[in-house]
Design a protein around this ligand. Sequence first.
Ligand code: C2E
Ligand code: MG
Ligand code: MG
Ligand code: MG
Length: 287
Amino acid sequence: RAKAAGRNTFRFFEPAMEEEAESRLRLGMDLRRALQRGEFELHYQPILDVASGTIVSAEALVRWHHPSRGLVPPSDFIPAAEEAGLIVPLGEWVLRAATHEARHWPDHVRVAVNVSTVQVRHGSLIAAVRAALDASRLEAERLELEITESVLMADDERASAVLHDLRGLGVHIALDDFGTGYSSLSYLRQFPFDKLKIDRSFVSTSSEVEAATIVRAVAALGRGLGMIVTAEGVETQEQFDMARAEGCTEVQGYLVGHPYPAGEELRMRLGQAPARAVPRKRARRSS
Ligand code: C2E
Ligand code: MG
Ligand code: MG
Ligand code: MG
């Protein structure tokens, strides 16, 4: 539209760009204050083991209670926090809060924490993980760190070394949003992943045949390499049946449960299989 309007419109972009830079700056300042005031909160989403039908972990997902904007989702502030250098202190808070909460869960339930590659490259992640485990007295193997694939680089030796060291502590490592980045097979050799999480865009694609084909291939690859394979974003019974039929080990999504605030009710939910997600055998529709 701007192009069609001709080059005279160019100057109208300048105030807009200034505004954008300004709003980014304001967001950075707001985030800094939010950290000091404790405006962040973690919600936890259950993850179901397909074979046993039990909840085996829950993923910590950060939310921001903004004083005027209400509940802000992470996609609206994580990139800004990374840019402003605030993801390191925010990530440390997330690690502390999540490990602390998980101490109240049944022993077999792990907690998964999302970690930004900025944290991985920063050099303080191992110390932060150690500190969180020490403070909470949570066993290392009950903590899982999720790294998003889209930001990993195959030749990142530093990141690779950090992930190997973390695994040395006993912490589990998951490759998040698999399929959204380069999905380079060399990642799978270079980084020590315990788990592959298939991005929800592949689970919920409009073509059932396409979804099943991709999920089957990734599940075979992951399981062949000894990894747990989780289908993300499972919202319907059909998607659940597909994920199970194609060999996924675990399922996460609104069908199993929505992200839920910490507290007694969450702890109870994690101790029992949610009724809606109890796997039931069903004939698959032929397509
Ligand atoms: P993610 O790690 O892939 O987390 C899954 C996202 O999918 C969550 O969004 C979750 O609420 C959503 N989701 C789960 N099941 C379903 C479903 O069945 N259908 C649909 N449509 N969505 C589903 P959320 O909480 O908005 O988080 C978005 C992303 O923000 C996360 O994606 C993660 O990359 C990032 N994030 C969240 N918490 C943290 C954190 O503490 N630190 C960092 N660095 N990143 C975080
Ligand atoms: Mg995740
Ligand atoms: Mg994910
Ligand atoms: Mg995702």
